[in-house]
Design a protein around this ligand. Structure first.
Ligand code: MV4
Length: 496
């Protein structure tokens, strides 16, 4: 456990912006890099950046970036010491982690045990429950009969949410408003879970109506040290895809921040976590928080944490994999300023965020104080249809939240990207919106406030203000008209 193992050459089992981002830190550390690429990624920026690059197959992920055994063979052939999986693809595949280690390579990630425990939501709940972690009222075992399900729903109170144990990221969830709908919704949840995950196990929780999605970054070494690096607020999302993230959360007080951070550390300790991980919580309107799940990988939005803490998370991941103890304690960490990330997707916000792949004509990302762009493409490149449509992450840092918002608006304005429609105009919509500026938004923000008409003339502040005011007014009168508190319909349901 305690010997130090040298890592001098890393294979990055990923593509695009995250492959490049990992390789940059490797280079900082004097570590050589190997890229793998499919036919769709020949000539990509990360492929050019790597010291060596190996073709691994056709564009389809299943035949390239998900070919674990082939990737391990490439690593062995090229004398690699360690594999970094990035996010997505094989990053939360416990069997791949085992294959990597069985081949005598270092795995830059948590133990397969932790990946497995957290990959199954019921196992995760059962693992953390003895560690004083707040959880949404519900059950922590698979509910198999409609009768039992109804009893649970009666006990926790409607509306309830039926969730797939093998799910996550919103797949296989069903809201039930009243007992009359229970049987039907449970049948659907089970059959969805079966077809999507091959596992029909479902459980039930009380439905938290207007939650904030707050996640805590944790970091643990192999010597029993574990710290948190504060939280990220990720409530601006659509169809379970985050679009804007920020750190710190405008909602938390220092006291709450400490409590949620300590809860996250207990979650990580409960599964003997090693490396960088993220503990997700829901926070309700009373600022009560509940454990949701743990992601056993580096996340897309990790840069906002890096900007407010000054810690390079990839560097720490590699050091932990080498067997070093963390080089700082909890007391050494503090927050500096405010960071916001906008995910620049090749999606058309005017057209229900339809994927909009094609060729980037002109490309010139913004620069200057407080701006970081993690991207993977250049002018003339095509966004492949085979993978996630994220082109870049635009990350800004300011001394405070107001400065970060203004800086993001400037950066979006300076971002030259033509040939495709992207989520950049959506980003300026969010930055200008009074609810966002006030820090008063939850996971329903997009459904509650977004209207593509607000994008048509992005620079006409008066037009934006008029539509925003009209929408706020109609919501207020609607809420006043309700004689009793009504569960808010979720945006995914509203969209059908
Ligand atoms: C919930 C919830 C409300 N109540 N659980 C969505 C993804 C999955 N990780 C869990 N999710 C939710 N679980 C209870 N008991 C609302 C959501 C949810 C959500 C959570 C985080 C971020 C965005 C979301 C969007 C819709 C629903």
């Amino acid at each position: 456990m305690s010997e130090i193992r040298k890592i001098e050459k890393v294979l990055v089992a990923n593509r695009g912006e995250i492959a490049l981002r990992v390789m940059r830190t490797c280079k900082d550390m004097g570590i050589r890099t190997v890229a793998i690429f499919s036919d769709a990624d020949r000539g990509a920026k990360y492929v050019q950046y790597a010291d060596q690059a190996v073709h691994i197959g056709p564009p389809a992920s299943a035949q390239s970036y998900l070919q674990g055994q082939r990737i391990v063979e490439v690593a062995l052939r090229l004398g690699v010491d360690a594999i970094h999986p990035g996010y997505g693809f094989l990053s939360e595949n416990a069997r791949f982690a085992e294959q990597v280690m069985a081949a005598g390579l270092a795995w830059i990630g948590p133990e397969p045990h932790a990946i497995r425990v957290m990959g199954d939501k019921l196992t995760a709940k059962n693992t953390v429950k003895a560690h004083d972690i707040p959880m949404v009222p519900g059950v922590d075992h698979a509910v198999t009969s409609v009768e039992e399900g109804k009893q649970v729903a009666e006990r926790v109170g409607y509306p309830v949410l039926i969730k797939a144990s093998a799910g996550g990221g919103g797949k296989g969830m069903r809201i039930v408003e009243r007992e009359a709908d229970f049987e039907e919704q449970m049948r659907r949840a089970v059959s969805e879970a079966l077809s999507a995950f091959g596992d029909g196990a479902v459980f039930i929780e009380r439905y938290v109506g207007s939650p904030h999605h707050i996640e805590v970054q944790v970091l643990a070494d192999k010597h029993g040290n574990c710290v948190h690096l504060f939280e990220r607020e990720c409530s601006i999302q659509r169809r379970h895809q985050k679009v804007v993230e920020e750190a710190p959360s405008p909602l938390l007080t220092p006291e709450l921040r400490q409590r949620i951070g300590q809860a996250a550390v207990r979650v990580a300790r409960s599964c003997q976590y090693v490396g960088a991980g993220t503990v997700e919580f829901l926070m309700d309107e009373n600022r009560d928080f509940y454990f949701l799940e743990m992601n056993t990988r580096l996340q897309v939005e990790h840069p906002v944490t890096e900007m407010v803490t000054g810690i390079d998370l990839v560097r720490e991941q590699i050091r932990v994999a080498q067997g070093h103890p963390l080089s700082f304690r909890q007391e050494d960490l503090s927050l500096r300023g405010h960071a916001i990330e906008l995910r620049v997707y090749a999606e058309d916000p005017m057209n229900d965020f339809m994927p909009n792949v094609g060729v980037i004509r002109r490309y010139n990302p913004p620069k200057g104080p407080g701006i970081r762009v993690d991207d993977g493409y250049e002018a003339g490149m095509e966004i492949p249809i085979h993978y996630d449509s994220m082109i870049a992450k635009l990350v800004v840092h300011g001394r405070d939240r107001a400065e970060a918002i203004e800086r993001m608006l400037r950066a979006i304005d300076d971002y030259v990207l033509t040939g495709l429609r992207t989520t950049l105009p959506f980003g300026s919509f969010v930055m200008r919106h009074p609810a966002f500026r006030a820090g008063l938004y939850d996971t329903h923000f997009v459904g509650d406030h977004f209207d593509p008409r607000l994008l048509e003339e992005p620079k006409k502040d008066a037009a934006v203000a008029a539509v925003v005011a009209a929408r706020l007014f109609s919501r207020m009168t609607h809420e006043q008209a309700a004689s009793h508190p009504q569960p808010r319909q979720s945006s995914w349901r509203r969209r059908g």
